[in-house]
Design a protein around this ligand. Sequence first.
Ligand code: NAI
Ligand code: 13P
Length: 325
Amino acid sequence: MIGVIGGGAWGTALAQVAASEGREVLLWAREPDVVEAINGQHENAVFLPGSKLHETVRATGDLADLAQCSAWLVVTPAQHMRSVLEAAPRSEVPLVLCSKGIEERSGSLLHHVAVEARSGAPVAVLSGPTFAHEVAAGLPTAVTLAAEDPGLAEFLRDRIARPTFRIYLSDDVAGAEIGGAVKNVLAIACGVVDGKGLGQNARAALIARGFAEMTRFGLANGARRETLVGLSGMGDLVLTCSSTSSRNFSLGKGIGEGRSAAELMSDRKTVAEGAFTAPVLARLAEQMGIEMPVVASVAKLLSGEANVDEVLQELLSRPPRAEAH
Ligand SMILES: NC(=O)C1=CN([C@@H]2O[C@H](COP(=O)(O)OP(=O)(O)OC[C@H]3O[C@@H](n4cnc5c(N)ncnc54)[C@H](O)[C@@H]3O)[C@@H](O)[C@H]2O)C=CC1
Ligand SMILES: O=C(CO)COP(=O)(O)O
């Protein structure tokens, strides 16, 4: 039986994938109404309405029930992963981290957080261009699954992959994670461009220059270039920077239209991870001397330190430089 920790849209979609060949899946959700709706109506009406779930997906509100599972897909918001893993039952069951972000208070990538919270547990990362509602609908999707131990990666792939959910293996755990964390921040920037009406040239420029920032940060933090240009980096960047289905993009769009980040965040039940990743990523980049002007601009917009016109002026007045820099 596969365990899923987190009953948001993505945890629910992954539960559906894992259960699609009759396999038993046990999903832990924080909200009693989510547990009740999955067990009663086979639907997560709160976070993934409209997707009928397989009957072999069952939900629980008690983390202790996950002790019976052979692997856990960890799908909490990034900032809550540590506390949920610490509260989960003691076991050395393999963990597949499916969340995207960087822990704000420690500045740690999530696989470091998981190792600290669950010493001894084998850890893998699953990441890529994956809107939950499309995955739940069985539309073709491809992801990267990264683990240092190739045996673990194959064990997990054999339990999760489906013909319409293709899994490409990698041993670059940091690379798979950094792509997913950084693209959320860049998606906010692309949403701002859209909301402000700055045009499609500007959006393409931002994707390309944002990818240069992702690459600089990734290479300085142990990622490989080939991972960054793959599904979990460039692939996910392209997806989330070009669609209002992305919560990060739509947050940025609202800011570009003149609303404040605080106001936009206050009435959301769903998570826009880039809003939490931007400040910590900007801080890490500054500490490490890595140039990330787009990320720094998003952090300023979110904190209210600058408005859209000010960050635009700042970005456009940067001194000219070589593209490969
Ligand atoms: N939705 C998507 O299409 C995809 C999401 N992801 C990632 O998956 C992770 C989870 O996102 P979604 O499933 O979309 O969430 P969601 O936005 O659908 O739902 C919010 C989730 O946050 C949880 N939550 C809120 N406060 C919490 C707390 N104090 N402690 C623990 N959990 C709390 C809720 O229980 C709920 O599961 C994020 O890191 C996201 O970037 C990754 C790929 C695709
Ligand atoms: O990570 C995602 C798609 O790969 C989901 O993006 P959002 O969190 O911006 O909706």
